[in-house]
Design a protein around this ligand. Structure first.
Ligand code: GUN
Length: 290
């Protein structure tokens, strides 16, 4: 029997732990975790993500501050806002929603966030800590951290002897995911669009993680029988009946017959990203409180 991971349920247990930790911090140290979320422009999908992040922060008992800036915001204005949030003692976490409008350059903005407030884990200091296996000192980027919760629940903390394949090499996901699997002793292959015979590479995986942004690319004959399959893709497709539907990078209906453990889309990795953002914010607040 294949296990279908219920991401909402796992995320809810992370959120419960975050709520307890936030309440204890407020009671014992008088500190309320503060999360500042910055969004620039009018992208509807980004607004939906940001609203759910702000809502969840409130639910966790945090101070939730949302800065909604107009499309025509300049690089200097955005940089000034980040500086203000960096200096604000009540703000423990800063998240600048990506992508930014085209006239803005995201990297200098992300790198200007103080690493200890970079709850997205995108600052080079935090990315570098993950890359060097220093997993307790920094902040780990939320989606790979969430995917690792599923991996650990299935295989435990030590992945010695297991082959892991990550399809995708982005800074936001693929690279940190590969680093986390490696830190847990897996034998890791980072595959991407230039990989030769991707299907054969994937068939070797005990843990297969797909993050390519191509609807249902991973087919059943790419999956080793009994493997753990984690789908990080979210793609909107139009079905043969003309209906709009969200699907992952994995052809779920076919792969579920081969895999040992699999995550659905939606309801798999997605809910974990927000949960890990809340976890990072409470960690940042604890560190600040000493
Ligand atoms: N846009 C899509 N996903 C993310 C994320 O995890 N962090 C930020 N900052 N922007 C995003």
């Amino acid at each position: 029997m294949t296990t279908i991971i219920d991401g909402k349920q796992v995320a809810a247990s992370v959120i419960d732990a975050v709520k307890s930790a936030a309440a204890a911090l407020e009671k014992d140290a008088g500190v309320k975790p503060g999360l500042a979320v910055v969004i620039v422009g009018n992208d509807p999908a980004s607004h939906a993500y940001v609203s759910s992040k702000s809502r969840m922060a409130k639910e966790c008992g945090f101070t939730s501050i949302q800065h909604t800036l107009p499309e025509e915001t300049t690089q200097e204005e955005l940089a000034r806002l980040v500086e203000t949030l960096n200096a604000d003692e009540s703000v423990h976490g800063i998240l600048v929603q990506l992508p930014l409008p085209k006239h803005l350059v995201s990297d200098p903005i992300i790198q200007s966030i103080r690493p200890e407030k970079d709850v997205d884990g995108l600052h080079v200091v935090n990315a570098g800590k993950v890359a060097t296996g220093d997993l307790d000192g920094g902040l780990v980027s939320c989606t790979p951290a969430g995917a690792m919760v599923f991996v650990r629940r299935t295989h435990g903390n030590d992945l010695s002897g297991l082959n892991a394949v990550v399809i995708g090499r982005s800074n936001l996901f693929g690279k940190p995911m590969s680093a986390l699997l490696l830190a847990a002793n897996a034998t890791v292959t980072t595959a991407h669009s230039r990989t030769k015979d991707l299907a054969a590479v994937c068939r070797n995986a005990d843990i297969l993680v797909a993050a390519v942004g191509r609807a249902e690319m991973v087919k059943a004959d790419w999956v080793k029988p009994g493997a753990t399959v984690i789908d990080v893709g979210i793609n909107r497709i139009t079905t043969a009946e003309g209906k709009s539907r969200l699907v992952g990078d994995v052809a779920f209906e076919d792969c579920v017959k081969v895999a040992g453990v699999i995550t659905p889309v939606p309801g798999g990795v997605g809910p974990m990203t927000i949960a890990m953002l809340m976890a990072n914010t409470v960690i940042a607040a604890y560190r600040k409180a000493g």
